[in-house]
Design a protein around this ligand. Sequence first.
Ligand SMILES: NC(=O)c1ccc[n+]([C@@H]2O[C@H](COP(=O)([O-])OP(=O)(O)OC[C@H]3O[C@@H](n4cnc5c(N)ncnc54)[C@H](O)[C@@H]3O)[C@@H](O)[C@H]2O)c1
Length: 348
Amino acid sequence: MKLLVTGAAGFIGSAVARLAVARGHTVISLDALTYAGCLDNLASLDGNPQHVFERADIRDRAALDRILAAHRPDAVMHLAAESHVDRSIDGPGTFIDTNVGGTFTLLEASRAYWQAQGRPDSFRFHHVSTDEVYGTLGQTGRFSEDTPYAPRSPYAASKAASDHLVRAWHETYGLPVVLSNCSNNYGPFQFPEKLVPVVILNALAGLPIPVYGQGLNVRDWLFVEDHAEALLLVLQRGRTGRSYNIGGEAEARNIDLVQRLCAILDRKRPGARPFADQITHVQDRAGHDLRYAIDPARVRDELGWRPACTLDEGLERTVQWYLDNTGWWRALQGRAGVGQRLGTGGQG
Ligand SMILES: NC(=O)c1ccc[n+]([C@@H]2O[C@H](COP(=O)([O-])OP(=O)(O)OC[C@H]3O[C@@H](n4cnc5c(N)ncnc54)[C@H](O)[C@@H]3O)[C@@H](O)[C@H]2O)c1
């Protein structure tokens, strides 16, 4: 297939692009290269005839029309987004512009392209979304595809809104869409403002390792390459109009995840004191959701997907990747906001 992947210079988008090319697909990587985008994430595809990069903004209709007409993709996989909850607390406007307005513009460009092609049933618009649209869980229960939407951060609300747009474009115009809502990802190439890289890089730098509040918030962690596998499966075999929840069934409290990362670092980079001594509890995030957990029954039973990587294996691989790729993350540490506490502008 020929895939147009938006947000392909980001963390998950680049994993999708790499996997899709490895599986024999042709990929047009589209990215605006915001602060979170990094062409190095696609360096392994340089010179590959199955891959082309297009710098464009999903809010730019003329650019989208040009790219769709020039490359004539069979599917659009939409991952471009503002993705950091803390930044959405400080500056929600960009999240509405990109995640809601950008998705609207991309849907309209995709609809025009699909109609010009004669409305082929085989076309797919795949919207890649998050479990954060469901809000927060208590100590029990899991999110299914029927869980009502109840987003609680500007980021989650903007993703919920974009999910609604995608469903409406299917119901109203017949655009063949699929959606997926995934739990927290971690792995190679994750931008150094997200929890797992922050822990690794602060530990190595001898800096405080920040844990929000008591660290009791629970997330369901998934290795990014398992997510990329699931996305290709949903794209190719998912039922039109349907959404699929994707999760690793690997719940961990933040404080326990941080301790596990410190223990891996202690083994790989033994020092005079355990890295866990650097853990520092800081002011909690406003509206910090207590717990997310995904029930992946649909993607497992309908599509046969299961994560290949356990949390222990994935964390081990991730720590090793950051140790082996210091040049990659050092180059990003000078970008705006990286290494600073963000998201204190809420009521928390
Ligand atoms: N990271 C997670 O744990 C997670 C979990 C579930 C779903 N998601 C979703 O997956 C997608 C990718 O997340 P990620 O973690 O890779 O994010 P990321 O921040 O690493 O990458 C986002 C990419 O989108 C690009 N981008 C931003 N605005 C753009 C615009 N207006 N036009 C074109 N490109 C633009 C950025 O340059 C960047 O390369 C997002 O839609 C996110 O909501 C992420």
